[in-house]
Design a protein around this ligand. Structure first.
Ligand code: SAH
Ligand code: SF4
Length: 392
């Protein structure tokens, strides 16, 4: 048996060709079968009705299609959707789909939990459970396509649970499958890896020829403050991380969560500008998602705007994002905190994303076509008990 969904497209092509030859099947069958992995995915070989029934049965035995089972699906009133995938071993991870005009960004997880313990992050408080495999990472995208091919993401961000660069081997393979023309075929510029800056893996990502995007979770403009917010500072200190970014060759985004009274002073905006400007980096300012850390507060709106203006005055391109999916707790690790208490079906772990998008521009935007009424706060489709909650 070959776990064909864990293979990068060239390797799955070779494995399939070999298997077809051994069975005495014509080679052209590969051209029918391979698109069923990622391009026009089927949930089971039985659904590939263009193939003879005997071949379908043989495929199911030899190259079974691994599934993530959907245990919860939530729809926010802003159109953001959250999927909780049962991994079959008592663990679960989450993906968040964020629609925005023609763009559909899927935020995926790379680990169950996270070892790095950033103080504002719910996933960090969970600790590390295990790495996801290549197939478990990419199948988050595949499963969304199986639900509805019209939901195929245009963009993928590694901003769900976990630190992708601490699971480099699997993330490396997942990037190939996501980007490859015979894989999911999402352009490299539409795939973003978010990291706190794990230097050895960052160097490996930099060596890849594709134009994958990099988001560096900075959150503090000085080593001292970063140390207080992000324990990884002890191992990979800010100056070394900034040097690595300078060598990255591609434009990077700096992620900066604004936390009231911690990192949102205008003086800190000045310090941040000193880091961002030489890199020509874009700064994404993110409101702290409530629920990530009960003892911390998001910066007040006026302060966030003043912080953004200050950066721009220094010539730094800065974008103030606004939270998405607030009513479905669509921030890193939050779903676990809420659903562990309420959903008997999700037995252990749930991950999540920080789902943010830029503030709306002046032009009119179409209201999301969510089936959820404006004042309805949350709809949960779940194999467990139904949950509904009020917006904060
Ligand atoms: N571990 C990686 C990717 C997953 S976290 C990383 O840290 O980059 C994805 C993003 O969500 C990071 O920028 C992280 O700092 C941010 N994040 C975590 N908790 C948050 C919260 N409570 N509010 C807003 N953003 C948060
Ligand atoms: Fe881990 Fe990222 Fe959360 Fe920090 S912010 S604890 S690195 S998932």
């Amino acid at each position: 048996m070959v776990d064909v969904l864990s293979l990068v497209p060239n390797a799955s092509g070779v494995a399939l060709a070999q298997w077809l030859e051994e069975r005495g099947e014509p080679a052209y069958r590969a051209r029918q079968i391979l698109p069923r992995l990622w391009q026009r995915p089927v949930g089971s070989w039985d659904d590939a009705t263009e193939l003879p029934a005997a071949l379908r049965r043989a495929l199911a035995g030899a190259l079974p299609l691994r599934r993530l089972s959907l245990s919860t699906r939530q729809v926010s009133q802003d159109g953001t959707e959250k999927f909780l995938w049962d991994l079959g071993d008592g663990e679960a991870v989450e993906s968040v789909l964020i629609p925005e005009g023609k763009r559909r960004t899927l935020c995926i997880s790379s680990q169950v939990g996270c070892a790095l313990g950033c103080v504002f992050c719910a996933t960090g408080r969970m600790g590390f459970r295990r790495n996801l495999s290549v197939a478990e990472i990419v199948c988050q995208v595949r499963e969304v396509m199986l639900l509805d091919v019209a939901l195929k993401p245009t963009n993928v961000v590694f901003m769900g649970m976990g630190e992708p660069l601490l699971n480099w081997e699997a993330v490396d393979g997942a990037l190939t499958i996501l980007n490859h023309a015979d894989g999911v075929a999402i352009g490299a510029r539409h795939i973003t890896v978010s990291t706190v800056g794990i230097l050895p893996s960052l160097a490996k990502l930099a060596q890849r020829p594709e134009q994958f995007r990099l988001a560096l979770s900075l959150h503090a403009p000085t080593p001292e403050l970063r140390h207080a917010l992000m324990p990884i500072e002890k191992k990979y200190a800010l100056p070394a991380v900034m040097e690595a970014l300078a060598r990255f060759r591609r434009r990077v985004t700096l992620e900066y969560v604004l936390i009231e009274g911690k990192n949102d002073a205008l003086e800190q905006a000045d310090q941040l500008a000193q880091l961002a400007r030489p890199l020509g980096a874009l700064v994404n300012l993110l409101p702290l998602h409530p629920g990530g850390a009960p003892d911390l507060s998001p910066s007040p709106r006026a302060r966030m705007i003043a912080f953004e203006r200050r950066l721009r005055r220094h010539g730094v391109e800065a974008v103030l994002r606004r939270s998405r999916g607030l009513d479905i707790s669509a921030a890193c690790g939050q779903l676990r905190v809420e659903l562990e208490a309420t959903l008997a079906s999700s037995s252990r772990v749930v991950s999540s994303c920080t789902t943010t998008r830029p503030r709306p521009r002046a032009r009119r935007t179409r209201r999301p076509t969510s089936s959820v009424p404006r004042r309805t706060t949350m709809r949960v489709e779940s194999s467990g008990p139904t949950v509904s909650g009020a917006l904060p």
